[in-house]
Ligand binder design. Structure first.
Ligand code: G3H
Ligand code: ZN
Length: 284
C-alpha cells in the first residue's frame, strides 16, 4: 500500500469513535516496533518525524523507511512532519514524499499563524497532502522546541473556530493541559475546554504530549473527539530502559542486535498497548 494521509485516517477514526496513534520515527528499530505492533493489532498507524528525527536520520532515510513500511504493510500507514517549523520545510517534506505535514505556528500571533497555515494548506491540498495546525501552546520540551510553563497557553474555543474556518487545516492540535516530555506531576486535562472546542470545530482534533497521561484521561479525550494521539517520550523510555537492562546484565555484550533487539521489542509492547487504549486496534 502507498502512504495514506493523516486526514483520511483521522476521518475514519472520528466516524468510528477511536483515535489513531502517531509515533515518532528516528531509526529502523522504532519503525519495525511500530509497524509490527500495527500489524499484530490490525491498527492504522501514523509515523512522524520531528525536527530532531529529521536531523538524526535525515529526511531521505525517514521517507525511505516509511515507504518500505507502508509498501509491505497490510494496514494503512501515514507519514507526517511533526511540528514543522516553516513553509519551506513543509514544502520539502511534501516534495520528498510525506503524506501529511504539521505546520506549527503556535508561537506566532493569531493572524500570523493563520497566514502561515493558509499558505501551507493551499499547496498541500493541491497535491493531496493533509495539514495539521496548532493553536494555543503546548508546554514542555520536544527536541529543539522548548516551551516554558509560563509560556504554555490553552486553546480558546472561539479562536479555534475562527482559526479553522480561515486557515482550513485538516486537523487541529489543541492545548488542553498536556505537555511534551516527562511530567513532573500528574497531568490534568481540561475536558470542559475540549468539549467547548469540539462543539465549535468539526475537523479532527489532535492530542500532543500524550506520554504519561493516565489511561482514563486518554479514554475520556477519545470520547470527547480526539482522533490523533502523539507518543514519543514513552518510546524513548522503553528503548533506553531495555538497553540499560541488557548492559547491566552483561557488561561485555558488544552485539548491537542483542542490545537493540530487546529495545525494539519493548517499544513494540508500548505501541500495542497504546493501540488498544486508543481503540484503533482491530480497525484495519
Ligand atoms: O509531537 C509529539 C508528541 O506530542 C510527543 O509527546 O513527549 O508526550 O510523547 P510526548
Ligand atoms: Zn507534539
Amino acid at each position: 500500500m502507498a502512504l495514506v494521509t493523516v486526514a483520511e485516517l483521522a476521518r475514519k477514526a472520528s466516524q468510528g469513535g477511536y483515535a489513531v496513534g502517531a509515533f515518532n520515527l528516528n531509526n529502523m528499530e522504532i519503525l519495525q516496533a511500530v509497524i509490527v505492533a500495527a500489524e499484530e493489532e490490525r491498527s492504522p498507524v501514523i509515523l512522524q518525524a520531528s525536527q530532531g528525527g529529521l536531523k538524526y536520520a535525515g529526511i531521505d532515510y525517514i521517507v525511505a523507511m516509511a515507504e518500505v513500511a507502508a509498501k509491505n504493510a497490510s494496514v494503512p500507514v501515514a507519514l507526517n512532519l511533526d511540528h514543522g517549523t516553516s513553509f519551506e520545510q513543509a514544502m520539502e517534506c511534501i516534495r520528498k514524499g510525506f503524506s501529511a505535514v504539521m505546520i506549527d505556528g503556535s508561537h506566532l500571533l493569531f493572524e500570523d499563524n493563520i497566514a502561515l497555515v493558509s499558505r501551507v494548506t493551499d499547496v498541500a491540498h493541491a497535491v493531496g497532502v493533509s495539514v495539521e495546525a496548532e493553536l494555543g501552546r503546548i508546554g514542555g520540551t520536544e527536541d529543539d522546541i522548548m516551551v516554558a510553563d509560563e509560556d504554555a497557553m490553552m486553546t480558546h474555543p472561539d479562536e479555534a473556530a475562527e482559526f479553522v474556518e480561515r486557515a482550513k487545516p485538516d486537523l487541529l492540535a489543541v492545548a488542553i493541559g498536556t505537555a511534551h516530555g516527562v511530567y513532573k506531576g500528574e497531568p490534568r486535562l481540561d475536558f470542559k475546554r475540549l468539549t467547548e472546542i469540539r462543539k465549535r470545530v468539526d475537523i479532527p482534533l489532535v492530542l500532543h504530549g500524550a506520554s504519561g497521561v493516565p489511561d482514563d484521561a486518554i479514554r475520556e479525550a477519545c470520547k470527547l473527539g480526539i482522533t490523533k494521539i502523539n507518543i514519543d517520550t514513552e518510546l524513548r523510555i522503553a528503548f533506553s530502559q531495555a538497553v540499560r537492562d541488557i548492559l547491566d546484565e552483561d557488561l561485555k555484550q558488544i552485539d548491537p542486535r542483542k542490545i537493540l533487539g530487546p529495545a525494539r521489542e519493548a517499544m513494540k509492547q508500548v505501541v500495542k498497548e497504546k493501540m488498544r487504549l486508543f481503540g484503533s486496534a482491530g480497525q484495519a
